[in-house]
Design a protein around this ligand. Structure first.
Ligand code: ZN
Length: 136
């Protein structure tokens, strides 16, 4: 089972890691470790042939699943579709969802949970280019 390790932190950041995703198993939530305030991120992994042991629905938060490895089937209410490494699936509030790994290799994924309709300005309307000394 993986654990979340705080690598470093400062006034304006927290760096945590779940380690290698190749050996990642189970489910890990990130928000409490990083003190995130806008979304909950979780890492998940399903062994071959397994699905999440329950369907669930969210009242306020949409979820965005990003499949990092493996292949599977995704179900939203009664809609079922194939997903694979590289898939991004947005699921709205007030519907049931589940996913199943259908590949021989485990399916690993990230789920980002955020309040539906909360995204206002983003990318170029929120960001500004700043002049800062590059120390990389
Ligand atoms: Zn959820």
């Amino acid at each position: 089972m993986n654990s979340l390790e705080i690598i470093s932190s400062g006034d304006k950041f927290t760096h945590a890691s779940v380690g290698s995703l190749h050996s990642f198993e189970g489910k890990l939530f990130v928000k409490d470790a990083t003190n995130a305030t806008s979304c909950e991120i979780s890492f998940g992994s399903l062994p071959s042939g397994e699905s999440v042991p329950f369907f669930h629905s969210h009242k306020e938060n949409e979820e965005n699943y990003i499949i990092l490895s493996g292949k599977g089937r995704f179900q939203v209410n009664d809609d079922v579709f194939d997903v694979a490494e590289g898939s991004v699936i947005r699921v709205a509030t007030n519907c049931d969802r589940n996913l199943k790994c259908t590949s021989e290799l485990p399916m690993t994924y990230i789920c980002i949970q955020a309040k539906e309709g909360s995204l206002g300005n983003y990318t170029m309307t929120d960001a500004e280019i700043t002049e800062h000394e590059n120390k990389l």
